[in-house]
Ligand binder design. Structure first.
Ligand SMILES: Nc1ncnc2c1ncn2[C@@H]1O[C@H](COP(=O)(O)OP(=O)(O)OP(=O)(O)O)[C@@H](O)[C@H]1O
Ligand SMILES: [Mg+2]
Length: 258
């Protein structure tokens, strides 16, 4: 079940350094939203604030509110583990658990959630691997190490691992930046299929990719080094790429800046 994500006044710090300032962003269910902007403007910081991964770093904190449907995930009584289960994340570098088999990688989250029954795990693994467009390539080698797959396969394995627990929101931080064009296309097609089920937020430096995969695009930027990242413009992807309202957005997407 995809859910709406709404950030209101989200500000994040690393110690005394303010990395993003007062981000307001509403992401509708069953859409892909792309976060774009120059290096250091806070895209990853924002993404990690959305599943409460930011606060894991010593001295890091978040202000503001972040609701998923109507639940504020920063409320005091919220179970952080449950939040991270509901909001899955895929990272820039494929990071399968190196010593685990392909099968164990996919079901790792389910096992953490207490699922033990072999048949349930098998069905879930097949379903997740099929959704990640990886099943046919690995079905005869599920017991082999996940680390033995190609980079693109490893990234799809990580996506399978993320969706196996049936999250409501999937965050992807430059998921294709370590991949070749064919693997990239496979992941983009996958995003297209997955958005029927999940709310997807993707960070990308690839403008063509943002234009291809996303419904909405958010452009983040910083004024100058040391300033916090701000949301400059957020609109339908078509509008952002064809007729942005802000000069800064236009400068960025046409390559005049950043
Ligand atoms: N662990 C950290 N400790 C201190 N400052 C950090 C940390 N991680 C990021 N920052 C700073 O926070 C700001 C935002 O960084 P962030 O990684 O969110 O940017 P980004 O938009 O994802 O950049 P990129 O496109 O290069 O990935 C930058 O100034 C960065 O140097
Ligand atoms: Mg980043």
């Amino acid at each position: 079940m995809a859910k709406r994500v709404e950030a209101t006044g989200v500000t994040a710090y690393y110690g005394s350094f303010k990395a993003i300032d007062s981000i307001n962003l509403r992401v509708e269910p069953k859409t892909v939203t792309a976060l774009i902007g120059p290096s250091g403007c806070g895209k990853s910081t924002f993404l990690r604030a959305v599943n409460r991964l930011h606060e894991v770093l010593p001295g890091a904190r978040v202000e503001g509110s972040l609701t998923v449907d109507d639940e504020n995930i920063y409320d005091k009584d919220v179970d952080v583990t449950a939040v991270r289960r509901m909001i899955g994340m895929v990272f820039q570098r494929p990071n399968p658990f190196p010593t685990m088999s392909i099968f164990d990688n996919v079901v790792a989250g389910l096992k953490l959630n207490g699922v033990r029954r072999k048949s349930v795990l098998q069905d879930a693994a097949e379903k997740a691997l099929r959704s990640a467009n990886l099943w046919d390539e690995v079905k005869d080698r599920l017991g082999k190490p996940g680390a033995g797959l190609s980079g693109g396969q490893q990234q799809r394995l990580c996506i399978a691992r993320t969706i196996a627990v049936e999250p409501q929101v999937v965050l992807m931080d430059e998921p294709c930046s370590a991949l070749d064009p064919i693997s990239t296309l496979a992941i983009e097609e996958l995003m297209f299929q997955l958005k029927d089920l999940y709310t997807i937020i993707i960070v990308t430096h690839n403008m063509q990719q943002a234009a291809r995969v996303s419904d909405r695009t958010a452009f983040f930027s910083i004024e100058k080094t040391g300033d916090p990242g701000r949301l400059i413009e957020y609109d339908n992807t078509q509008k952002i790429f064809n007729n942005p309202s802000e000069q800064k957005t236009e400068d960025y997407i046409t390559g005049r800046f950043g």
